[in-house]
Design a protein around this ligand. Structure first.
Ligand SMILES: [Zn+2]
Length: 477
């Protein structure tokens, strides 16, 4: 069962909700949203039966209606490895699992287990685990991981995702990810990348990127998905993995030759400071190059990014978890950079709860500024909606509720113990709501979640197939 063959986009009237448009119309208490053939045709009060006599009416009275949430960078394939960022023992058992034949990874303060006849120390941490297990993915595993991520996105009210596909081990892996996105009903950018463990002495598979670009209409789900390139740049987030300038330049020029937007991890860890300066010196910055993280970018580098209009993506949970220091959202916004929020990887973030991502973004920004009002709830909701869309070049299509835009929206029910009252709706979404409060999700006018239940996925089956795929990966590792 997939969204692709479930409910078609028809005519819908979402009636009587507290509508947060994130557009010039502002908030409309008791407002309606009229949708026809996947497009918003009207937003306002009292649109009623005359305007839309044949429409299916969705009663949103007392509920919050908002634009669908927008993720701007997510390695969806490795959702299969959720919970494994601390590593896997060489015996193929996730660390700490019952039956593991090998020692668990070292805890902070443990003496190193080295030399003699001791078993080898299992590789630890996100990068080692991601690369080590990523090598053993088959196309079906990429499909299972991406599909689980898509189901989580739809459930959590995320209607646009940026699938940063950095484990494409051949054409079939790319097509597996694209199949999962196509079936999902979500709006997406698919950023075609390299494979984990790709040698830094070789360019990525530009021939296959060209093939996919040439055949794009077959993959684009009627315009819902667009193609981009996931670029290593000078070496991604791992400065130990240096890529020579002639190689990374060849890659970005190939993408630009195909007219594709590009995304790169930049200045995340401390040791990666200076990456933006290198791109600026090479004349490579531009509005088609999304920069991810920037925690350790200098003020001068942020200014360079702003000068060239580069969009950015902040992923607070993974940045905190992996030790990149604090997100620098306030500095990015002060510089005028189009800024979106992102899941990045559920190996580190655990889940794709964009409500929590908004909340921690606000908390970190206020903490760094020593100011309760440095970033308001309304500001951060903008980042997760219209600014996220702008970061992906989709602000003419989604990110706000306005006539002419595609119908990507969520209805959040306040009938829950963690809500209950309808006070400041933006603040409730940012500080109080969680994915379980998402009552209804529409993407491109299609109902992906109705009355709290996903329409396109059998969650038990998606989960079972993810577990089976993971077992296969671990057995081969
Ligand atoms: Zn990332």
């Amino acid at each position: 069962m997939t969204a692709e063959n479930s409910e078609p986009a028809g005519e819908i009237l979402v009636r009587g909700g507290y509508v947060i448009t994130m557009d010039a119309a502002g908030d409309i208490p008791g407002g309606d949203v009229h949708i026809r053939d996947g497009q918003i045709v009207a937003v306002g009060r009292g649109l009623g039966a005359q305007a839309a006599p044949g429409a299916e009416v969705m009663d949103a009275a007392g509920q919050i209606v908002a634009p669908g949430l927008i993720d701007t960078h997510w390695h969806m394939w490795n959702t299969l490895l959720r919970g494994l960022s601390d590593g896997v023992s060489p015996g193929g058992q996730p660390s700490g699992m019952e039956g593991s034949r090998l020692p668990s990874p070292l805890a902070p303060g443990d003496p190193p287990r080295m030399g003699g006849s001791s078993p080898p120390i299992p590789p630890r941490g996100y990068f080692a685990t991601c690369v080590g297990l990523g090598r053993h993915f088959l196309p079906g595993d990429t499909y299972a991981g991406t599909r689980l991520a898509c189901a989580e996105a739809a459930d959590a009210g995320i209607t646009t995702v940026h699938d940063w596909a950095h484990n494409i081990r051949g054409p079939q892996w790319a097509e597996a990810g694209l199949r999962a996105l196509g079936e999902s009903g979500l709006r997406a950018r698919f950023s075609y990348g390299y494979e984990t463990g790709h040698p830094n002495s070789r360019v990525m598979a530009l021939d296959d990127l060209s093939r996919v670009a040439a055949a794009w209409p077959a993959f684009g789900a009627g315009g819902r998905i667009h193609l981009g390139m996931a670029w290593r740049g000078t070496g991604g987030s791992n400065p130990a993995m240096r890529v020579a300038p002639e190689l990374y330049r060849a890659e970005i020029e190939a993408a630009r030759g195909l007219g594709l937007p590009v995304s790169v991890h930049a200045c995340g860890p401390r040791a990666a400071a200076g990456q933006i300066a290198a791109y600026a010196a090479g004349g490579l910055l531009g509005p088609d190059l999304q920069l991810v993280h920037l925690n350790n970018a200098s003020r001068a580098e942020i200014a360079l990014a702003a000068e060239h209009g580069t969009p950015v993506s902040v992923s607070p949970f993974t940045e905190l978890q992996i030790g990149y220091g604090q997100p620098v959202t306030g500095a990015l916004l002060a510089a005028g950079l189009p800024t979106g929020l992102s899941v990045d990887t559920t190996m580190l973030s655990g889940n794709a709860d964009m409500f929590a991502i908004m909340k921690v973004t606000q908390g970190c920004a206020n903490a760094l500024a020593y100011d309760e009002f440095a970033l308001t709830a309304r500001d951060v909701l903008r980042l997760a909606t219209i600014e996220g869309a702008r970061s992906l070049g989709l602000d003419g299509v989604t990110g706000s509720l306005a006539p002419g835009k595609r119908a990507d929206l969520i209805v959040v029910s306040v009938d829950a113990p963690n809500l209950g009252v309808l006070t400041d709706p933006a603040r409730l979404l940012v500080t109080a709501a969680h994915p379980g409060n998402v009552h209804t999700v529409l993407a491109d006018g299609r109902v992906l979640k109705r009355s709290g239940v996903l329409t396109g996925y059998d969650v038990a089956e998606v989960s079972q197939s993810a577990r089976e795929a993971l077992a296969g990966v671990l057995s081969r590792a």
